[in-house]
Design a protein around this ligand. Structure first.
Ligand code: ADP
Length: 298
């Protein structure tokens, strides 16, 4: 069978803002269909990259291709097959979900009333908002608004779907519901989820990259990156005032409060002694190991 799936190719993309902040530093990524997680702390450059891919801003250098489409040059072609859910999704508080989705569908070029009805009904059901379709958006919770944003982003069956920090303002239950919705997408299209939350990626994404200070530090499959750390992560429960000393003796990758004490994770290929015990690594260990500049896992 011929493969009609298209992928996204990002080549040497750089962007320096007027204030001399280098938000993207020679970023290259190859992203196949499925869920891709772009993970990094605040200020890493995620939104800059997402906005660039969504044709909302120009990089200084580089190329981006979605299949045959030259994203930076053929903006209109890209926009026709793009779904973009920005960090802050503004809604008209006085319209209902049904009305506003219908309106966006017209803007997307679905002019036939009957097909529009069918499309909006499918999307409202898919995002679990069908029962709430006649409610005003002003009364929606954060999670409902984000799901409505997904419905809008999915209009016209995009080949590229960009979701920028979608879980940031959601409570835990809303977050789970939202991630479940995303997990049902992304088999035939490229879905990029940008987030600073490690669990978003570990629960959802088949491929990922870690970005910091505009640079891609790691590009991997989450499971493989975790497996690569096996036998190298050690932990110890200690007191906060001991951490400075531990940092001198070991490669501390994280220190987290745990019931009033501090759980320290270190990276070491050898037995570290000093009361450390081995621990099964998880994606958070991958993230912190990468962020603390450990080259060995790349
Ligand atoms: P993230 O989405 O990962 O938080 P951003 O792409 O928003 O990162 O920001 C990357 C860096 O660029 C940050 O240092 C940020 O302060 C800076 N930045 C973002 N947008 C602008 C802008 N319009 N003008 C100047 N600096 C900006």
């Amino acid at each position: 069978m011929e493969n009609h799936q298209i992928s996204l190719s990002i080549r040497n993309v750089s962007k320096t803002y007027i204030n001399a902040v280098k938000a993207l530093d020679n970023v290259s990524l190859d992203i196949s269909p499925g869920m891709f997680g772009l993970l990094g702390p605040n200020g890493a450059g995620k939104s800059t990259l997402m906005r660039t891919l969504a044709t909302l801003q120009e990089p200084d250098n580089g190329e981006v291709f979605l299949g045959e489409i030259d994203v930076l040059k053929q903006k209109e072609e890209l926009r026709q097959t793009l779904g973009y859910l920005p960090q802050e999704f503004g809604v008209y508080p006085k319209s209902t979900a049904e009305e506003l989705l219908d309106y966006f569908a017209v803007l997307k070029g679905i002019t036939n009333r009957a097909s529009r009805k069918e499309v909006t009904e499918t999307l409202l059901k898919q995002t679990n908002l069908w029962d709430k379709r006649k409610q005003k958006l002003g009364g929606y919770s954060g999670g409902m608004r984000q799901r409505f944003g997904v419905a809008v982003a999915l209009l016209g069956n995009p080949k590229l779907l960009i979701v920028d920090e979608p879980t940031a303002g959601l409570d835990p239950a809303e977050r789970v519901r939202f991630l479940n919705l995303l997990s049902e997408l992304g088999e035939n299209s490229v879905v990029i989820l940008s987030t600073h939350i490690v669990e978003d990626v570990s629960e959802l994404c088949t491929n990922m990259a870690i970005i910091n200070k505009g640079k891609i530090l790691l590009e991997a499959k989450p499971q493989e990156a975790v497996a690569a750390l096996k036998g190298r992560i050690w932990r110890k429960l200690t007191e906060k005032n001991k951490i400075a000393q531990l940092e001198k003796e070991h490669k501390v990758i994280s220190a987290k409060l745990l019931s009033g004490r501090t759980m320290v994770h270190i990276y070491s290929k050898e037995l570290p002694g000093n009361g450390f015990e081995p621990v099964d690594p998880d994606l958070e260990d991958v993230y912190f190991t990468t962020m603390t500049g450990n080259d060995e896992i790349r």
